[in-house]
Design a protein around this ligand. Structure first.
Ligand code: GLN
Length: 293
């Protein structure tokens, strides 16, 4: 097994890194060298830079064991973020574990959209639903020190992780994590802002994702009913009720759902709809405001 292969080769760090890269490459991991560096650094509790500064450090059996455990998990396509237990989003670090979606760079588009509308002095109340690890709410509360928010998720496991991230960033005074279905726990006409990255893939689209996603990330966080649109649709309905008149909703969607989502915001209840592209140039986030009257 991988385990014994690496255990048999105690030696300098540089050689261990080479062996680790080879193991991951053979398992079919595209980013084998990078992943090996991250996992070895994590096993040794040092930074990636430190790996290069200490390339002749002698790796002991106990350290090899820690490395091997991580390589074995990665060989089964478990995402690096789950193995090391954290992921960066919008410049901040977050705890992640199996049970929540791993933060993705395209979701940062939501934060950009909010920062175009509010200023750092703005006083507002928001909900981040389908909060998962809590990334959106935590970043908003960090960038807008006079905001207050509720983080909502249907999954207790996700809420536990979201709460640990609220704690990690010292935001317990302004963020509350509650269990619930979309915006159900919120009262009528109370919110200035709703943000969400709801599950929006159809089952067939989940099957087409890479094994890291398909085999390891929670279906609950990815799949939006038979068409993928179930939660987007229910969210638009509920946002209309939860927002104050003039309040803003900012929601992530699949890049081919733009026309359908825009259609949901038609009618007198909504105004000023806009679509933002992610860094790959795909339509990714829809912004709408509840009508003032
Ligand atoms: N809000 C979290 C994120 O964007 C979780 C999203 C989800 O689980 N669908 O990563």
């Amino acid at each position: 097994s991988i385990f014994s292969e690496i255990l048999c080769q105690p030696g300098p760090l540089s050689a261990v890194l080479r062996a680790a890269t080879g193991i991951l490459r053979q398992a079919g991991i595209d980013s084998a060298r990078l992943d090996a560096e991250i996992l070895v650094a994590d096993a040794l509790s040092v930074s990636r830079l430190e790996l290069y500064l200490q390339h002749d450090r002698w790796i002991q059996a106990e350290e090899l064991r820690r490395i091997a455990i991580r390589l074995e998990r990665r060989s089964k396509f478990e995402p690096v973020a789950y193995i090391v237990g954290c992921k960066e989003f919008y410049g901040l670090d977050f705890h992640v574990r199996p049970g929540v979606l791993i933060p993705r760079p395209e979701t940062e588009t939501i934060i950009d959209a909010v920062r175009e509308w509010f200023t750092p002095e703005s006083i507002f109340r928001f909900a981040d639903t389908c909060t998962g690890s809590g990334i959106l709410g935590v970043v908003l509360a960090t960038y807008f020190p006079r905001s207050q928010g509720v983080l909502i998720d249907i999954s207790d496991e996700a809420l536990a992780i979201a709460r640990s991230n609220v704690q990690l960033h010292g935001l317990k005074q302004r963020l509350l994590a509650v269990q619930g279905d979309l915006l159900h726990p919120t009262a009528r006409n109370q919110l200035d802002l709703v943000v969400a990255n709801p599950p929006y893939l159809a089952p067939r689209e989940v099957e087409e994702t890479m094994p890291d996603v398909r085999l390891h990330e929670p279906r609950l966080a990815l799949e939006g009913g038979d068409t993928g649109c179930l939660f987007l649709q229910r969210l638009v309905e509920q946002a209309q009720r939860a927002l104050k008149p003039g309040g803003m909703v900012c929601v992530e969607m699949g890049w081919q759902q733009e026309q359908w989502v825009q259609g949901q915001f038609h009618g007198p209840a909504w105004e000023r709809t806009a679509v933002l592209k992610d860094l790959a140039g795909h339509d990714r986030v829809v912004v709408a405001h509840r009508s003032k009257c």
